[in-house]
Design a protein around this ligand. Structure first.
Ligand code: PLP
Length: 361
């Protein structure tokens, strides 16, 4: 058997007629930037997430920048986040000349451990950025309470978690600003780069809309230093189609995850742990194994692709050497990064494929 990790081609074939039609409608109108499809997508995203404002943008990375710029993050400000995430979470903090301050993760969920946040707060701390890793929101009530106590902002990096919920609310509808990515391999992916920011705050929404278009107030009049951060109309058109099917895709991902967990029980593998009152968007189904290299190469030999999200925690990355962190500063993140391995995950994995993967494991 040869297993496809994300089945992006399969999904395109599934929705091909609708998607081709949507793309060609954009080509016919040639409204390539911020066309009506973009406005349409933004109102559908608001409806789907329950957030008052959904603002599309050029990527999940730019979404983080928009959020921090709107919250007026300044050079020297400290922002608390997790070292066990994709580089963009901390890279954007550093890009604005603010300082990423890392906090170790919870050993079960792999999300930031709220019990270790308060000891890292100083008078320079301005915000906390929890990441909803693999699709699961962090412990948001505890994090929000800490933020409230210390007058900090909360930005959720929801790049992997679009559609996930925390106590009944989507994680786009929590914190001061929540971000997401529509990179093709994310749970809701477009056909290139794309992202969005969400907020319930009217002033922040207006500022992010302006920042997205070079900080303009009206054409060629610029109130802020902003960026070129718009989403292409073609990407919005693709997402308008895929969003209609997304509830179903999410349910299928949940089913696949449950089938995996059942099939892999008792094999001495550490399985994903989802908190009560939380649903995951299952961006990844990631397990922990002791002898990862050997396991990955055996699976590869049997036509099963795997991936490692992520092999090196951010405090050990060369680009963050200047922050002065050392090995063993965040033992949980380090251990998990040595053992974690993502199995093929998409809404269309068949029972036969899940059976094949689990018996091979
Ligand atoms: C993918 C990802 C991003 C960046 O999103 P892009 O759309 O690729 O720029 C940021 N944070 C996390 C946690 C991600 O997984």
């Amino acid at each position: 058997m040869n297993i496809d990790f994300a089945k992006l081609q399969y999904q395109y074939q599934l929705y091909k007629i609708e998607i081709d039609e949507a793309i060609h409608a954009v080509l016919d109108k040639s409204n390539y930037i911020m066309g009506e499809e973009t406005t349409q997508l933004e109102s559908s995203l608001q409806e789907f997430t329950g957030a008052k404002h959904a603002i599309t943008c050029s990527s999940g990375t730019d979404a983080l920048l928009l959020a921090m710029m709107a919250l007026d993050i300044q050079p020297g400000d400290e922002i608390i986040t997790t070292p066990f995430t994709f580089i963009a979470t901390a890279e954007t903090i550093a890009f604005l000349k603010a300082k990423p301050v890392f906090v170790d993760i919870d050993v079960r969920t792999y999300n930031i451990d709220p019990s270790k946040i308060e000891e890292k707060i100083t008078d320079k701390t301005k915000a906390i950025i929890p990441v909803s890793l693999y699709g699961q929101p962090a412990d948001m009530d505890t994090i929000q309470a800490i933020a409230d106590r210390h007058n900090l902002k909360v930005i959720i990096d929801g790049a992997q978690s679009f559609g996930s919920t925390y106590k009944g609310k989507t994680d786009s509808n929590l914190g001061d600003v929540s971000t997401t990515s529509f990179f093709p391999a994310k749970p809701l992916g477009c056909f290139g780069d794309g992202g969005a920011v969400f907020t319930n705050d009217d002033a922040l929404a207006a500022k992010m809309k302006s920042l997205r278009v070079h900080g303009q107030s009206k054409r060629y009049h610029h109130q802020y230093i902003g960026m070129g951060g718009r989403m292409d109309t073609i990407q919005a058109a693709v997402l308008n189609v895929k969003l209609k099917h997304y509830e179903k895709d999410l349910a299928l991902r949940q089913e696949v995850a449950e089938k995996y967990s059942k099939a892999l029980e008792g094999k001495g593998i550490v399985l994903p742990f989802i908190e009560k009152d939380v649903t995951s968007a299952w961006a990844q189904y990631s397990v922990r194994v002791q002898n990862r290299d050997a396991v990955q190469s055996k699976l590869k030999g049997e036509g099963i692709p795997t991936a490692v999200h992520y092999p090196m925690p951010l405090h050990l990355q060369e680009c963050f050497k200047y922050l002065g962190y050392q090995k063993e500063d965040f033992p949980v993140a380090e251990q998990v990064s040595n053992e974690i391995m993502s199995l093929p995950m998409n809404p269309y994995l068949t029972d036969e494929e899940i059976g094949y993967i689990s018996s091979s494991l």
